[in-house]
Design a protein around this ligand. Structure first.
Ligand code: AMP
Ligand code: MG
Length: 454
């Protein structure tokens, strides 16, 4: 197998590192970096700028997917009292000794207790108390026998009063009694800080009585599209123009990963427009722009960003989404906002956001660094890697005879957004592999993992 030397395909500018100023385009006074980075290097440099945001008391339901900033403690036992696991009769197990369907033992019924009530009668020898699921077990009782093991149903059908009950089963001490504190003990640290809240944790917090919780705040991500050719959805169609889709696909990704998108519109391809638009994003936790980072038209963006912060332009060894900008914008006294400049092509923007934007949001939410869930699949089609980049190929993953199969969604042009919509995974051909043949296994980042997927 021929291996491609990492730098053998780079053009002259790729050899510059971030420390090597680029003297070109009449901007020789500016020190723009133009490093050629691996995905991991780019990610590492980006993540250096992010830490968990401050904690915030948040209504319980809004905290789904957020991360606890403090331990959750129990102020009471759960369940609070010994209670019944069944609808049935509380009794003393010794009183049912030898009971069976052929040898029922009749007890007198001393009273009843429902969930939400406290028992008013105790169980004494020869007596039973009718009890509902979740109701506290009366004093004196040490077992519950369910209706099914009594003549309850027959009595009800016959209209026989429930003043007595026949027990048809020899229960043991503790049967169908759920002891106080079985789930949670008063004083327990039930959930630790740094726990991500899923529906089950939201339920646990509710069971502890929490109405709101302290979680790391959701990041506000400002999103700016750039380009003279862009219309907003809803605008009348104009020949030669295209609708801005990046703002919406990126905003939706922000929401999906737990951030709050702030749409700050479209900047045109001139300095004034860029500067004016960026103002609206300075109060955010991260700015994301799209377009204007590819060769040919990015000098304008470079100038704007260099004037108001420190921005590096990178070539990332990936396909799609090679051109990427990252840095910080000055946002007033002692405040800097990280800026992620995505490529303009809609697939590139989404793939780059998946690799870098998602990770930044996770950091700010206090989540552990974790890649997009990745599976191993067998390729149906080859993936070609012509220039030693890491290829993220749009694929449809399906399960066949217990094996995941990956088929490409067709032409991999980075402008073809519908091919991204058809895909549920990104199959990876590594940098140093010129081709992954059909039949070979690949790693696939799963963009979604829902019941609709398979
Ligand atoms: P650029 O990076 O400005 O060269 O843009 C690369 C390609 O992406 C061009 O075909 C643009 O028209 C397209 N593009 C840029 N911004 C958007 C956007 N917000 N929505 C959809 N396509 C875009
Ligand atoms: Mg453009």
């Amino acid at each position: 197998m021929t291996t491609h030397a990492p730098h053998s395909h780079g053009h002259a500018e790729h050899k510059h590192t971030e420390h090597a100023p680029r003297h070109a385009g009449g901007h020789s006074h500016r020190h723009y970096g133009e490093a050629m980075l691996s995905v991991e290097e780019a990610l590492e440099r980006i993540l250096r700028h992010f830490t968990p945001l401050e904690s915030q008391h948040t209504p319980l339901l809004e905290a789904i997917g957020q991360v606890l900033a403090e331990d959750a403690l129990a102020t009471h036992d759960i369940p609070p009292l010994d209670n019944s696991a069944m609808d049935g009769y509380a009794l003393q197990a010794a009183n049912a000794h030898g009971a069976s369907a052929d040898n029922p033992i009749t007890l007198s019924v001393a009273g009843a207790v429902a969930a939400g009530e406290l028992p008013t009668v105790a169980v004494t020898p020869g007596k039973a108390v009718r009890i509902m699921t979740g109701a506290p077990v009366p004093d004196g009782a040490d077992a519950v026998v369910p209706f099914e093991d009594t003549d309850e149903m027959q009595r009800r059908a016959d209209g026989t009063p429930l003043t007595e009950i026949a027990i048809r089963y020899q229960v043991s001490v503790g049967d169908d009694i759920r002891p106080a504190g079985q789930d949670v003990r008063k004083g327990d640290r039930v959930l630790q800080a740094d726990t991500m809240l899923r529906p089950s944790e939201i339920g646990v917090l509710a069971s502890l009585g929490y109405k709101s919780v302290s979680v790391f705040r959701r990041p506000v991500v400002a999103i700016l599209a750039t380009g003279n050719e862009l219309l907003e959805p809803g605008d009348p169609y104009q020949p030669g123009m295209i609708y801005n889709s990046n703002t919406y696909s990126i905003a939706a990704s922000v929401t999906r990963y737990g951030g709050v998108p702030k749409l700050i519109g479209i900047a045109r391809d001139n300095l004034d427009s860029m500067n004016a638009s960026l103002q609206d994003g300075l109060d955010s936790d991260m700015l994301v722009t799209s377009a204007g980072v590819s060769k040919g038209d990015y000098d304008m963006v470079k100038d704007v960003l260099a004037q108001h912060g420190e921005i590096d332009f990178w070539s990332v060894r990936m396909r799609p989404a090679k051109p990427l900008a990252f840095g910080v914008l000055n946002a007033g006294e002692n405040r800097k906002v990280p800026l992620l400049g995505l490529p303009g092509n809609p697939v590139s923007a989404l793939v780059a956001f998946e690799q870098f934007g998602r990770a930044a949001i996770r950091r700010m939410l206090g989540k552990p660094d974790a890649p997009t869930p990745t599976i191993t699949a067998v390729l149906d089609d080859p993936i070609h890697n012509t220039d030693s980049r890491r290829v993220y190929a749009r694929t449809v993953i399906r399960l066949e005879n217990g094996v995941y199969r990956a088929s490409l969604t067709g032409d991999q042009g980075s402008n073809l957004l519908t091919s991204m919509a058809r895909a549920n995974g990104l199959a990876i051909c590594p940098e140093d592999v010129p081709v992954k043949q059909a039949g070979e296994t690949v790693q696939v980042q799963m963009l979604d993992w829902t019941e609709e997927t398979f």
